[in-house]
Write a protein that binds this ligand. Structure first.
Ligand SMILES: Nc1ncnc2c1ncn2[C@@H]1O[C@H](COP(=O)(O)OP(=O)(O)OP(=O)(O)O)[C@@H](O)[C@H]1O
Length: 338
């Protein structure tokens, strides 16, 4: 568990200081894949550096598994830093060594040798899908494969936390999925807590289970991705859910219209048709669409409803776990669904 309490970090600027982090408090559960998203300059890299204990905050506390890192120095600080691997493009691969040699290098520095080193190199190369390329040079790999190699190298010494600062930057879109898969496997198979920063909604949609949105150094939203998708006014939802561009004239031809967010296989497949037949209404999806968040299907539809019991049908859908925003017609106050 990483606990960040009231972190503030500024840098000297022209005139007044630049406040890169403002009072940031977050809890990042052990073994989660936590996404920090936000526009350029929002403070994402600064947050990663502060959590990696590479930069000291002006104020606030960083706890790693309850340990307050503020007073650490010398050997103890180096030990704790070793638990936190950083993937940020600042340490290039060694072009002179093979793929396996690059992964072995941090283990050699720690004096791990013999069968133990071979076994660890084999394990992380397998995790990164690079076993077949062990004897190649980094220069023979694609950019995506090189990024996977950098992840494997970062994982070699068995860190508890991996900070992946913009891990898909500069990787072709058809290869970025495989880089994210390695991060997801690190979490699932090695129990590593992964903190990932990105500007890319597709990255969040694909692998993150928790997310925080940073804007001008402040956390403006945070929580479980699936919870935020159903939260009214959520920026995460606005970015990740399918766009609705139904013309108002089309919406107006129905007795009622609503936007409905459905999460999970059962809800996406069954809830709307069941409401239509149960309340004998015509229920049409007139906008929006389906997406996937990790393995979970998620839909945002604009629905038009016709029939005497339209309000009951929408109330029933809401009672069965969908998030319903009413657009036209009277918003039902207290309806008892049949
Ligand atoms: N070493 C530094 N010296 C001065 N200002 C800095 C320094 N590092 C970051 N900043 C400033 O702090 C703010 C946050 O920067 P940061 O790099 O953390 O944002 P970011 O969200 O990672 O952006 P990007 O997505 O473009 O990488 C910016 O205004 C940036 O100019």
């Amino acid at each position: 568990m990483i606990t960040l309490e009231n972190l503030t970090k500024s840098f000297p600027g022209k005139g007044s200081p630049v406040l890169a982090l403002r009072d940031v408090s977050l809890e990042i559960g052990a073994g989660s894949l936590y996404g920090v998203v936000g526009p350029a300059g929002a403070g994402k890299s600064t947050l990663a550096k502060v959590v990696a204990l590479q930069e000291k905050p002006d104020r606030g506390t960083i706890r790693l598994d309850g340990l307050n890192t503020a007073g650490l120095d010398g050997r103890r600080l180096r030990e704790v830093r070793r638990q936190v691997a950083v993937l940020d493009g600042s340490s290039p691969l060694n072009a002179e060594r093979t793929v396996a040699g690059n992964v072995a290098a941090p283990l050699e520095q720690l004096g791990v040798d013999g069968p133990q080193r071979r076994s660890r190199v084999g394990r992380v190369l397998d995790l990164a899908g690079l076993t077949q390329r062990a004897t190649q040079q980094p220069g023979e790999l694609t950019e995506g494969q090189r990024r996977r190699l950098a992840v494997a190298r970062a994982l070699a010494t068995g860190p508890a936390v991996l900070l992946a600062d913009d891990p898909t930057a500069g990787v072709a879109s058809e290869e970025s999925g495989s880089v994210l898969t390695v991060l997801d496997r690190a979490r699932a198979e090695l129990g590593v807590t992964v903190l990932l920063t990105t500007q890319d909604g597709a990255v969040v949609r694909r692998v993150c289970d928790q997310v925080a949105v940073l804007d001008s150094g402040r956390v403006v939203e945070h929580g479980s991705l699936l919870d935020l998708l159903a939260a009214p006014g959520s920026r995460v939802a606005e970015t990740l859910l399918p766009v609705i561009d139904t013309p108002p004239a089309q919406t107006a031809t129905y007795d009622r219209a609503a936007d409905v967010v459905l999460v999970g296989f059962a809800a996406v497949g069954a809830l709307l048709p069941e409401a239509a037949s149960r309340f004998e209404v015509e229920l049409a999806t007139i906008g929006g669409g389906l997406t996937r968040i990790g393995d979970t299907p998620v839909a945002r539809f604009r629905v038009g409803v016709r029939g005497a019991r339209s309000d009951h049908a929408l109330a029933w859908i809401a009672e069965h776990g969908a998030h319903v925003t009413h657009l036209t017609g009277a918003t039902p106050k207290r309806l008892v669904a049949a």
